[in-house]
Design a protein around this ligand. Sequence first.
Ligand code: ADP
Ligand code: MG
Length: 239
Amino acid sequence: MLKTENITKSYNKVEAVKGVTLHVAPGEVLAILGSSGSGKTTLLRLIAGFERPDAGIVSIEGIDASSPIKMIEPSKRKLSMIFQDLALWPHMTVRQHIEFVLKKDKLSKNILNSEITTILDHVSLNGHNSRYPHQLSGGEKQRLAIARALASHANYLLMDEPFSSLDSMLKEDLQQLIIELKNKLHMGIIYVTHNIEEALVLADTIAVMNKGRLEQMDSKDKVLANPKNEFVRRLLRIE
Ligand code: ADP
Ligand code: MG
């Protein structure tokens, strides 16, 4: 289980995230829904360990990973964050992206090769091993970013607005892939979006953010049937 407890972060005078408590389990998809500036990216960065909280705790599988006095570095957490701009490495091919991450495991050549094949199979990129990022479509770039995350043995995948730059066909492909990661690999997935339809398609659980606060976190059905307040009702356009 990945949890935050009362996590809080300010930048100078801006309170970006205020006392957010949430959790996600392996095999669960949590959508964090909120408008621009509501603190979604900051919350993901706090969970991933790129920001130190002013207050509160992030714990992963029962171990405290972030608190005001303790920070486990991002690469040592069983999670991987995919940034909004993907942050692919322009001078590395598809295969090299995966190889670079797996090198840390010091595998024999045969095992390394079969791991790379397995990972690229998960994201259907095996035909593109020697392409560079600029030779990939938007959807393929997304899938490469996911493959790189898989190579790091993440239990949890954090995605910041993963669908925003994709057309609707590619969106469906990527949504299918996320369902596979959840079901086949039993990953816990947190994805951030400002798009209500996107939150409704994949999420088991929806967390609604408003000005740094969590307004409601419940199963999708419960949020739709019992919006906690007027803000949630209006955001989700519930009659
Ligand atoms: P979202 O991802 O929901 O659009 P962000 O987490 O990016 O929201 O931002 C939340 C608030 O925190 C905004 O008011 C934003 O301007 C502010 N903020 C985010 N990052 C920084 C930063 N590094 N320095 C100062 N202010 C920031
Ligand atoms: Mg953002």
